[in-house]
Ligand binder design. Structure first.
Ligand code: PLP
Length: 416
């Protein structure tokens, strides 16, 4: 094997993934500890029974399956009726109409990320990615040999994008700017004004925005959810999404990659041909799941969405209130959406904990509570808590976190 290939493999292997670090934490659970394990590490709300999909979604899938019409391959870019349904669903929030041809069905939002990065990659190219962020971008970029340039999200400004830094980082080889809104890991929801500024900056730099909206509509603070594609006439926007979070079905693997380009700046027949070819090598979601989408979108009741939002809001309030009672951590910004919040760890106030990773490994061993070290999402000595959990588990986990911090704090260990 030539050296270049070897080096590349090493780089890829060293990229931290959330799943990887969580499985290491799981291995550290003390079997002798009689406390039940509570995980606030993974963004899979189905783990807790208070998060449940709507019955209409299940019915639609059963109907599609039992019809016996969807046991074959679907077109690689997705079933036409599924593409149309997603185009209509997304268009209802936009000042222009998407067509079915703008929508490509993917296996979850994860595959949409891969498609976006694969389509933008070329030798010598770089991509702008938020820090903290979602490590799958880093992993995909590394596999595609895309250079990663991180821009900061600013905690003191509600985790807004540092647009000055974006401008400073970009050059003629920059191929895109990634934003995640509503935000994972920060729980941020960007205002219309901030999103517009992002679009204007990208337009100035002549790069498309890759808008990860997997948490689209899951907002419960002051800012409403504004899809980035609202600014599609300013700059081309590649929207990535899925049913995973809003419909609470991450295991169904139904996602989408959408080209929002009403002015036709990005779309040219060659690009579209390339995207279609790429889809020929991907396996999308099961055909019967795709076939269920039009009914799922059409018949899901507003009440179901409101219930999920209320449950998330209640959970985020519990987090916000209880975190304030714990001395070694602070939360700079109350979550406004998604399912996660970033909290800052004051390692200097702890006696025998070296950093966020050490903190999380000790926490799971002593308290059977899993939270994600910030290092996994790009911020050392921060922690990410996923609050998509039932109130009882959340209170218990944060109570144990409090005892843990107390036990390890410097004051506690000093003789009086
Ligand atoms: C920001 C972000 N993007 C993409 C994904 C992947 O979504 P999916 O489960 O639909 O593949 C996640 C999952 O947690 C996420 O948090």
């Amino acid at each position: 094997m030539e050296n270049g290939a070897l080096n590349h493999e090493t780089e890829t292997a060293s990229t931290i993934t959330i799943k990887g670090i969580l499985s290491l934490l799981m291995q550290n659970v003390d079997e002798k500890n009689c406390k039940r394990l509570i995980s606030l590490g993974m963004g899979d709300p189905t783990v807790y029974s208070c998060f449940h999909t709507t019955h209409v979604a299940g019915e639609a899938v059963v109907e599609a399956l039992q019809s016996d019409k969807f046991n074959g391959y679907s077109p690689t870019v997705g079933l036409p009726q599924t593409r149309r349904a997603i185009a209509e669903y997304l268009s209802s929030d936009l000042p222009y109409k998407l067509s079915s041809d703008d929508v490509f069905i993917t296996s979850g939002c994860t595959q949409a990320i891969d498609v976006a990065l694969a389509m933008l990659a070329r030798p010598g190219a770089n991509i702008l990615i938020p820090r903290p962020g979602f490590p799958i971008y880093e992993l995909c970029a590394t596999f595609r040999r895309l250079e990663i340039r991180y821009f900061d999200l600013l905690p003191e400004k509600g985790w807004e994008v540092d647009l000055d830094l974006v401008e400073a980082l970009a050059d003629q080889n920059t191929v895109g700017l990634v934003i995640i809104n509503p935000g994972n890991p920060c729980g941020s929801v960007y205002s219309y004004q901030h999103l517009k500024k992002i679009a204007e900056t990208a337009e100035k730099l002549k790069i498309p925005v890759i808008a990860d909206e997997v948490y689209g509509h899951l907002v419960f603070g002051d800012n409403p959810f504004v899809p980035m594609a609202v600014f599609g006439s300013i700059v081309p926007v590649l929207t990535l999404g899925s049913l995973s979070k809003r419909w609470i079905v991450p295991g169904w693997r139904l996602g989408w990659f959408v080209i929002n380009d009403p002015s036709g700046m990005f779309k040219n027949p060659k690009i579209i041909e390339r995207i279609k070819k790429y889809f020929d090598i991907l396996g999308g979601p099961a055909t019967f799941i795709q076939a269920a989408v039009p009914r799922i979108i059409e018949e899901t009741d507003q009440v179901f969405f409101e219930k999920t939002i209320n449950t998330l809001k209640q959970a985020s309030d519990i987090c916000w209130d209880l975190i304030k009672e714990i001395t070694c951590i602070t939360c700079p910004h109350k979550p406004q959406g998604s399912m996660a919040v970033m909290i800052k760890l004051d390692v200097s106030s702890l006696e025998d904990i070296s950093d966020d990773i050490d903190f999380c490994f000790r926490l799971v061993k002593e308290e059977s509570v899993i939270i994600l070290p910030g290092t996994a999402v790009g911020l050392k000595n921060w922690l990410r808590i996923t609050f998509a959990a039932d109130p009882h588990s959340l209170k218990e986990a944060l109570g144990r976190l409090k005892s843990f911090c107390k036990r390890h704090s410097k004051q506690m260990q000093q003789p009086y």
